[in-house]
Design a protein around this ligand. Sequence first.
Ligand SMILES: [Zn+2]
Length: 127
Amino acid sequence: MKEELIKLLDRAYAPYSKFKVAAMLEMKDGKFIPGVNVENASYGATICAERNAITTAIALGYKKGDFKNIYIMVSGKKMSMPCFMCRQVIVEFMDKDGLIILMDRDGNREEYKVSDCCPYPFDEDDL
Ligand SMILES: [Zn+2]
């Protein structure tokens, strides 16, 4: 997965922050779906790699419950967790015991359960 993420980082569009992010969703059917951050001159129109991958999965026909894990690599000096907007979207689609797996170019990895990263989610039970 490390090599795939390194290659994917090159596709990120981050001319403003120079902070590139690559996300690879692992689906329960064994397929992987890529996402990169895509920035915009109107900063608020930027989409993160994690949400890019998840929305692509939905466009491909995947449903809630089809998501297994998400791998993330950033171009920064250390591994980074998804922002809270992405965590909200991760909670919407991934199982509570799904893994958020951070990787760096050296092959180091950290794993976090979705439920540990999003302990008090706003979800369908709130509506
Ligand atoms: Zn994000």
